[in-house]
Design a protein around this ligand. Structure first.
Ligand code: SF4
Length: 150
């Protein structure tokens, strides 16, 4: 599995993850290192899968991966709740990618022509230009360009 360069180290291993600024090895773990912080919104969607927010933890991240259909749905809702697209799905399950709207704002792989999966991130974790166009089109509710053959 390709790993987003800004995947927070504290996420449990697996397909759903949160992004942020990881501390360097000699830095203390910051209380506010995540891109998604303290509004409790994502946690309200998938409380059992995300770290509890406390005075010592103000970062949203996954402590458990979903194991059932219901939990997967809750994880997807948390991903879609995050208003800065900091919760993501790195997996290659086409059903989950479809559930998340085949949207690069939420998924590292998109479903392309003939069901082929295409990775949509740059080395630095930014969306590839064609993926940014797709994300923007989805956001604006206009015609979504096709996933290219890359
Ligand atoms: S969902 Fe949005 S407002 Fe809430 S903590 Fe995450 S980034 Fe902040």
């Amino acid at each position: 599995m390709r790993v987003h360069p800004r995947r927070l180290f504290c996420n449990v291993a697996g397909d759903f993850y949160a992004t942020g600024e990881n501390p360097t090895p000699d830095e203390p773990r910051s209380r506010r290192m995540g891109d998604c912080l303290t509004c409790h919104g994502p946690e309200s969607q998938a409380q059992e899968l995300l770290a509890e927010l406390t005075n010592d933890n103000r970062t949203t991240y996954f402590v458990r991966q979903p194991e059932t259909e219901l939990e997967t749905e809750r994880a997807c809702k948390a991903v879609q709740y995050c208003c800065v697209d900091a919760l993501r799905y790195a997996g290659q399950n086409a059903d989950i990618i479809s559930r998340l709207g085949n949207n690069p704002a939420h998924c590292d792989y998109l479903i392309g022509r003939d069901g082929r999966l295409v990775y949509c991130l740059e080395e630095n974790g930014e969306l590839l230009p064609w993926a940014a166009e797709i994300r923007n089109a989805i956001g604006m509710g206009i015609d979504v360009p096709p996933v290219p053959d890359v």
